[in-house]
Ligand binder design. Structure first.
Ligand code: B12
Length: 422
């Protein structure tokens, strides 16, 4: 991932290079997959493994032992003997069923099962890999291509049963980019999942789930689903089109209603400040969030700034010339770019300071008016304090200079879903 993990990887790589210069260093994961040239520009990165890593890494080890050539390894980028960057073709993705189970017996699994809003011992699982959609701001298709491969429901449930029986897991977060794809697959999985009595979280799309029948929706609830993360992205249909999101604002409202009807908490995430018309996007999205809150006050709202990734077909074309991406990990690790990748402060040249302030202030007022249920440590009084302080602002739509909320939030420090480690 970009952000703090990358800064830690830089430090570790530099130390290894210093102490053992003969050791080759390969980077993998989202950041080097999306920015392979920037990663290779670092002296201490010899290889970049793009996208799925398991097979590429093994083949790289074979090549380092002299058993094959580097140019025969799909998904690998590297420096040749002249120091020039070479990028081999993409590696076709293999589905989860093609790999053996994770070797849980070799890990201190209990240490990884952490308390959360969902239970005392929350596990994580990937029940599919990749995503067939093409949203212009998303890193998944940039790293993995446009394909999604689902794990068989039998295998998902067998692995989860193992985590329940051997290690006492009582809840799970599915890290799939797109947990619900086909309704028949979902129904089969939900029926098998229900007897495990897990409370769980997943990410899904409003277009797909708004078409699911009532019977499937109640099976989702019966199977233990407590919360679903939806990328609602914008309150403007024109901005959704610009983002190649493939959903409508109407479908988001439908899911706000349906989640309420079936007793599931929705998390709606927004990417505000579309470069085409950031002012209009912001105005319409903030009004839309208020509408969602009227329909389903339990909705958790996540507000992010629009940050393009440099990839074909993305909004990057729109902002070309207005933004220059760093060409080395050390520049990516500066505060300015760290804030960019974490979508904290995008320093986007197309976003007026006034608009940016409005987005940030609105986020603070909404997060205080409805403090996230996901912070399980926050005492009741702290939530009540934030609610009391922010109620008049939300009612009067007065978001400017929220100094008292900034102070209260600094003191209370509620967990920010999506931003902090779990
Ligand atoms: C879980 C998750 C989180 C969790 C992380 C919890 C934790 N403690 O690990 C939380 C909620 C904290 C989180 C936060 C954020 N996340 Co996040 N997150 C994910 C998610 C859903 C799964 C990642 C994962 O663990 N996958 C499982 C691993 C096994 O798969 P993988 O990472 O793809 O790894 C494979 C290959 O990449 C490769 N590989 C990976 N590492 C390495 C290393 C080596 C050496 C090699 C050889 C290979 C290799 O091999 C692996 C197996 O094939 C992804 C989306 C997704 N479904 O992939 C987004 C995703 C990674 N997150 C993203 C973002 C933007 C963020 C935030 C910045 C959001 C925000 N505004 O705050 C923050 C950053 C937080 C931080 N500290 O840096 C983006 C990154 C996009 C980009 N441009 O790079 C993603 C892709 C989502 C998206 N739709 O765009 N996230």
């Amino acid at each position: 991932m970009p952000g703090p993990q990358m800064a830690a990887a830089m430090e570790a790589s530099r130390n290894i290079r210093e102490q053992r210069p003969q050791v080759k260093i390969a980077w993998g994961g989202y950041f080097p997959s999306i920015y392979p040239d920037a990663a290779l520009n670092a002296k201490y990165v010899d290889f970049v493994i793009r996208g799925q890593g398991e097979d590429t890494l093994l083949e790289l080890v074979e090549a380092l032992r002299g058993a094959r050539s580097f140019d025969s390894i799909l998904g690998l980028s590297y420096k040749d003997q002249f120091g020039l960057h070479r990028s081999n073709s993409e590696r076709p993705m293999r589905g989860p069923d093609n790999f053996p189970w994770s070797p849980f017996h070799r890990l201190p699994v209990k240490k990884y099962l952490r308390p959360s809003f969902f239970g005392k011992r929350t596990a994580v699982h990937h029940a599919s890999i990749g995503c067939p959609f093409n949203c212009s701001f998303c890193g998944v298709h940039a790293a993995y291509g446009r394909d999604e491969k689902m794990e068989s429901p039998q295998r998902t449930v067998a692995i989860l049963r193992h985590l329940v029986e051997e290690y006492g897991a009582d809840s799970v977060q599915f890290y799939d980019m797109n947990f619900f794809l086909r309704e028949d697959h979902a129904m089969e999985l939900l029926e098998l999942l229900a007897p495990l009595k897990l409370r769980w979280w997943c990410e899904a799309r409003v277009d797909i789930m708004s078409r699911y029948s009532d019977a499937t929706m109640s099976a989702v609830k019966r199977a233990g689903c407590a919360m679903i993360f939806f990328g609602a992205e914008s309150g403007s249909d024109w901005a959704l089109k610009e983002m190649q999101k493939g959903i409508t604002t109407e479908q988001t409202l439908t899911m706000a209603r349906r989640t309420r009807q079936f007793g599931i908490i929705p998390e709606f995430s927004f990417v505000v400040g579309n470069p085409k018309d950031p002012e209009r996007d912001t105005r319409e999205t903030l009004a839309f969030i208020r509408k969602i809150k009227r329909i389903n006050p339990d909705s958790e709202i996540i507000v992010q700034h629009y940050t393009p990734t440099p990839q074909p077909g993305s909004m990057y074309g729109e902002v070309e010339g207005k933004i220059r991406f760093p060409d080395s990990p050390s520049e990516w690790a500066t505060k300015k770019w760290m804030d960019f990748t974490l979508r904290i402060d995008t320093s986007a040249p197309w976003l007026k300071t006034k608009t940016k302030k409005l987005i940030d202030n609105f986020e603070l007022v909404v997060a205080s008016r409805w403090p996230t249920v996901q912070d399980i440590r926050a005492p009741r009084w702290s939530r009540m304090l934030l609610q009391t302080l922010s109620a008049w602002r939300y009612a009067m739509r007065f978001y400017s200079w929220p100094v008292e909320l900034e102070l209260a939030n600094r003191f209370i420090q509620l967990r920010k879903p999506k931003r902090e480690s779990l």
